[in-house]
Design a protein around this ligand. Structure first.
Ligand code: IPM
Ligand code: MG
Length: 358
């Protein structure tokens, strides 16, 4: 049966990087049915909504989604429900993409790109597993109202609700333990159980789930300490499992440890293996249209897509090896350039990956 892919380029550099990833996908998997649709600010401009019904329908009917990036300062003044970010949040929620895999790998060829000393980061290979459909991101009630109690009664107040139900914690914990089993066997669960009830339940449930995985070494860390340990001795970590908000913050920190966020892919999966794949970096509107963005994170996201949603691990390996090869050849986009290497643009990097695949 032909597998269907929805390609949603989005805003900023989205269309440039997606174009290269689609070339790579077509080269390794010519039988894929690829359909494209607008999303984010681009979709708002065209259809008055960042996630138009036709785009959502296409995503729902596809085996996997390849997503570029959304966001541009020019939409900052729109009401929240029309801002580009609502597209990605809406897709996560509508498709139930609760498991977000954000690997942070330091490529040996790019060891100098990190702002940390090489002896601290060399060989870094962390997987951040972020719960993606719960927590304060989606918890209700939320809003802005006039406070009726407390010392600020009568003033305007903003409020959000942090909440996690046991089944939500349980299913992400299982994925965390299983990921650790396939790696170095270490799982660190990050919470704020010294302050938050949500986190206390999180910790209790993770400890229960751990009984099914005696071969995995489980540790717990408060989020503030985890943020510190990530820059102090990041290689201590193997898999980190955490909630939506903490995972948002820690995954940016982990990505930056590698110095090359332009290289990092991500996957967001639901219970049936359907997934959304996107680079870990954003839409970078400041460099959009210049042909200088790094397409490798998106190309590597396409590889993750083949591995996790399309049952084609061998094709994923081929793409990852081709990326490794172009790095070894010394080709670099501006974000990872250093003297002694060859600076190339977005399309030339795509050309090089295609050539390395052949
Ligand atoms: C991310 C982003 C999103 C998030 C934004 C764009 C809503 O920061 O994917 O990490 O906060 O989840
Ligand atoms: Mg983020």
């Amino acid at each position: 049966m032909t597998k269907k892919i929805a390609v949603l380029p989005g805003d900023g550099i989205g269309s440039e990087i997606i174009e290269q990833a689609v070339r790579v996908l077509r080269a390794v998997a010519p039988s894929l049915e690829i359909n494209q649709a607008p999303v984010g600010g681009t979709a708002y401009d065209l259809h008055g909504h960042p996630l138009p019904p036709a785009t959502l329908k296409l995503a729902q009917e596809s085996n996997a989604i390849l997503f570029g990036a959304v966001g541009d300062w020019k939409y900052d003044k729109l009401p929240r429900e029309h801002r580009p970010e609502q597209a990605i949040l809406g897709l996560r929620k509508a498709l139930g993409l609760f498991a977000n895999l954000r690997p942070a790998i330091l490529y040996p060829e790019l060891a100098n790109a990190s702002s940390l000393k090489p002896e601290i980061v060399s060989g870094l290979d962390i997987l951040i597993l972020r719960e993606l459909t719960g927590d304060i991101y989606f918890g209700t009630p939320r809003g802005i109202r006039t406070a009726t109690d407390g010392p600020y009664a009568g003033s305007r107040e903003g409020f959000d609700t942090m909440r996690y139900a046991e089944p939500e914690i349980r299913r992400i914990a299982h994925i965390g333990f299983q990921a650790a089993q396939k790696r170095k066997g270490k799982l660190c669960s990050v919470d704020k159980a010294n302050v938050l009830e949500t986190s206390q339940l999180w910790r209790d449930v993770v400890i229960e789930v751990a009984k099914d995985y005696p071969d995995v070494a489980l540790t717990h860390m408060y989020v503030d300490n985890a943020a510190m340990q990530l820059v102090r001795s990041p290689r201590e970590f193997d898999v980190i499992v955490t909630g939506n908000l903490f995972g948002d913050i820690l995954s940016d920190e982990a990505a930056m440890l590698t110095g090359s966020i332009g290289m990092l892919p991500s996957a967001s999966l639901n219970a049936s293996g359907q997934g959304l794949y996107e680079p870990s970096h954003g839409s970078a509107p400041d460099i959009a249209g210049q042909g200088i963005a790094n397409p490798l994170a998106t190309i590597l996201s396409a590889a993750m897509m083949l591995r996790y949603s399309l049952d084609s691990a061998a094709l994923a390996d081929r793409i990852e090896q081709a990326v490794q090869k172009v790095l070894q050849q010394g080709l670099r986009t501006a974000d990872i350039y250093e003297p002694g290497t060859t600076k190339v643009g977005t399309a030339a990097m795509g050309d090089a990956v295609l050539k390395a695949l052949a």
